[in-house]
Design a protein around this ligand. Sequence first.
Ligand code: PGA
Length: 252
Amino acid sequence: MRQFLAANWKMHLYPIEALHLTTALHKGWERHGWTLPAVLFPPAIYLRELVALLSNSRLQVGAQNGYPGEFGAFTGEVSMAQLAHIGVKWVLIGHSERRQHFGETGPLLRRKLQDAQQRGLSVIYCVGETLAQREAGQTFDVLQVQLEEVLSDGAIAWDRFVLAYEPVWAIGTGVHATPQQAQEVHAFLRAQLARLGAPAEGICVVYGGSLKPSAALELFSQPDVDGGLVGGASLEASSFLQIAQALLQARS
Ligand code: PGA
């Protein structure tokens, strides 16, 4: 069954808070006996600790960023090889905040994705249009370019690939896409994945952007919305657990 949940902590939390949140989520998964696949994406300084804390957990650990390669003169960067070496299983690629604030574009994202997978990491690749692009009727064109420039003609390990639709206008704004808007785009993205040679029916396409417990059930009830990439609402154990519950309910 297609279901997948991710928590993007972004640049938040002090060590004690990260520890408490991780422990509470692990206990929540244990208490319910959930097998729902979920990945926590903490700031890089907490990766090692989370890998150790969650070694016997259903919850996995991912990095919010990584640089292609093993070692090199790239001050400030952490390589995909280093991430894989310490037991990180996932990496986020193409998040709109990386595109917007750090100038990451297609060619680099393509290298990141290919290098990450070659080193055994699984990838969440994020795509999404801005409000101006949506209002100009360019949503599908923008998404198609974002998919093609990173996924076409590459040797993609589709069994270690999740696609996240994150409309930029919904991220951190409190305004999420409507279930109809999300479904329309997710169905389009799945069709594009098929066109690019992916086994699209088996690939999780998850939604992100102001995803809250109150909106989760209706969003996850759409046939092509297979889960979520949760930012703000993943910083509190109770709201992330409620979102997990909604996903399980929608898919039961
Ligand atoms: P948000 O962030 O849930 O706080 O909108 C989602 C994301 O950027 O991954």
